[in-house]
Design a protein around this ligand. Structure first.
Ligand SMILES: [Zn+2]
Ligand SMILES: [Zn+2]
Length: 316
């Protein structure tokens, strides 16, 4: 199966304005000033081997939206602005009419604001099942599209939309996966999800703050993350910010991501919900430092570490 991160930023979409593009072009030209390219293949090789990801691309602008692609089922987690790109992918891939399973971590603005721009929701014959643990979830979706906030009411969207309130004490079988939830420390609460199928386990744990009790060997998240093939984890802050400046803001750090991953025997940590003010260079640096920290924390453990970017595909 494949996991696609359609939206990777936290809190607010991050713009890529002309000054940023110009800096990337400048950095690429500077790095290539002594090169003589004889073919496009040589240029590709140079781009792939000599330039950092912050120059060749970037981590993207969209807020939280992750697809689990496995056979015919359409499964998506959170409805941030990345949902718009996911919708465009569905429209172009000829999968209409379809049944989309949308799992909500919570209903903060950055996790719902893509829904009014989700094209498949406007098409009669499509079905959208929306799952979450919060009460009044439907009312939140209705409210964000009511006047004066948005000109098109939710009821105008012609797809059949059903809301399901889940219970974190239960395990569900949905779209071929065993699905479990986990209550997380976040303003107004959020919930993590674990998806298991055919011996593979994916955990989505965004908008979640971990406190001092995470040192405890019985810390419940160790069990929730246990043996995950992929853990998508909120690393919005540095450890210093998470402890000293932004305690109780409801987010976590790359350092805690590494420590919890290794203690829970996770194979691949994907850093997610990046700070919208972080530049691509900052996120490149954070990825390098996090890999180094993983090697220092336990040099006998081979933890794969990546930083989510819009359009990233991970095979599990
Ligand atoms: Zn968020
Ligand atoms: Zn939130």
């Amino acid at each position: 199966m494949k996991i696609i991160t359609w939206g990777s930023r936290g809190s607010l979409p991050a713009s890529v304005h002309s000054k940023i593009i110009r800096q990337k072009i400048y950095a690429a030209l500077k790095a290539a000033k002594d090169c003589q390219f004889k073919s496009e293949a040589e240029m590709d090789h140079f781009i792939d081997t000599q330039l950092p990801f912050s120059v060749t691309g970037g981590y993207g602008t969209n807020t939280s939206c992750v697809e689990i692609r496995d056979g015919k089922e359409l499964i998506v987690l959170d409805a941030g602005t990345g949902l718009r790109d996911f919708g465009n992918y569905i429209m172009q891939s000829g999968k209409i009419p379809c049944h989309i399973h949308l799992f909500m971590s919570h209903v903060h603005w950055d996790h719902i604001c893509g829904f009014p721009f989700f094209v498949p929701a406007y098409i009669k014959g499509n079905r959208i099942s929306i799952y979450g643990f919060h009460e009044n979830m439907k009312q939140v979706f209705v409210s964000q599209q009511n006047p004066p906030c948005f000109p098109v009411p939710l009821a105008y969207m012609q797809a059949e939309k059903r809301f399901y309130r889940l219970n974190p004490e239960r395990t569900y079988k949905i779209a071929g996966f065993c699905v479990k939830g986990m209550k997380q420390n976040h303003p107004q609460l959020s919930y993590g999800y674990s998806f298991e199928k055919d011996g593979k386990k994916i955990v989505y744990s965004t908008d979640s703050e971990h406190k001092a009790d995470s040192d405890n060997e019985n810390y419940p998240f160790l069990h929730f993350f246990k043996d995950a093939d992929l853990l998508i984890f909120d690393t919005q802050y540095s450890l210093m910010d998470a402890i000293y400046m932004k305690e109780d803001w409801g987010h976590s750090s790359n350092i805690l991501g590494v420590e919890l991953s290794i203690r829970a025997n996770v194979k691949h940590l994907c850093m997610f919900h990046s700070e919208p003010t972080s530049s691509d260079e900052t996120l490149d640096k954070m990825l390098r430092e996090t890999k180094k920290y993983a090697a220092i924390y336990d040099d006998s453990y081979l933890l794969k570490v990546s930083m989510a970017y819009d359009g990233m595909e991970i095979s599990v």
